[in-house]
Design a protein around this ligand. Structure first.
Ligand SMILES: Cc1cc2nc3c(=O)[nH]c(=O)nc-3n(C[C@H](O)[C@H](O)[C@H](O)COP(=O)(O)O)c2cc1C
Length: 166
């Protein structure tokens, strides 16, 4: 019997919050780890993989992790991002992660907005080309909120239903 694994990378805590919500909603034999802690993945299925969007894409650490998932594994991907939910910018990184995971069986994807660290906001505000993005992303500052976490819990349950069917 496989164990369920939730694995995440989180620099400022947003993706961790979503990962914790997913983990709480899961029933059965389950484990949660950071991407640095994950070793042998053979005994786990499905694997929920979470990451923050960096520079419109997947952080290098997450790319490396996705590439070492044993072929044919059932996985679910989730991200947090500063961009508006549903915008092209917020979708691109999950699309990229899905391409990287093309040897896996992707059961579903989920994303939530996540507040941007003051440090990142200040750094980005200094460059004129990022001004519009920083203004748009400012409304992410209350996220992930309780509604996002509730959606994350629903996502986890939905994925487990799909896992049984596939
Ligand atoms: C270095 C850096 C680059 C980022 N680049 C993007 C980006 O391109 N698009 C976006 O929507 N959010 C971007 N963000 C915002 C993060 O994706 C968002 O704050 C996320 O929730 C952070 O997750 P974490 O707290 O788990 O690290 C960036 C944040 C940082 C620190």
């Amino acid at each position: 019997m496989s164990k369920i694994l939730v694995i995440y990378f989180s620099l400022t805590g947003n993706t961790k919050k979503v990962a914790d919500a997913i983990f709480d909603a899961l029933e059965g034999d389950k484990t949660i780890k950071t991407m640095d802690e994950a070793q042998n993945l053979d005994e786990y299925e499905p694997i929920f993989i979470g990451f923050p969007v960096h520079s419109h894409s997947v952080p290098f650490k997450t790319e490396e992790f996705i590439k070492r998932i044993p072929p044919g594994k059932k996985i679910a991907l989730f991200s947090t991002h500063g961009s508006l939910t549903g915008s092209r910018l917020s979708r691109e990184a999950l699309e990229h992660a899905s391409i990287l995971a093309s040897n896996s069986k992707i059961l579903g994807t989920f994303s939530s907005r996540g507040k941007i660290s003051l440090q990142a906001m200040e750094a980005l505000s200094k460059s004129p080309e990022h001004k519009a993005w920083v203004e748009m992303a400012a409304s992410a500052q209350t996220h992930p909120d309780e509604n996002d976490l509730e959606d994350a819990r629903s996502f986890a349950k939905w994925i487990m239903t799909l896992n049984l069917q596939s």
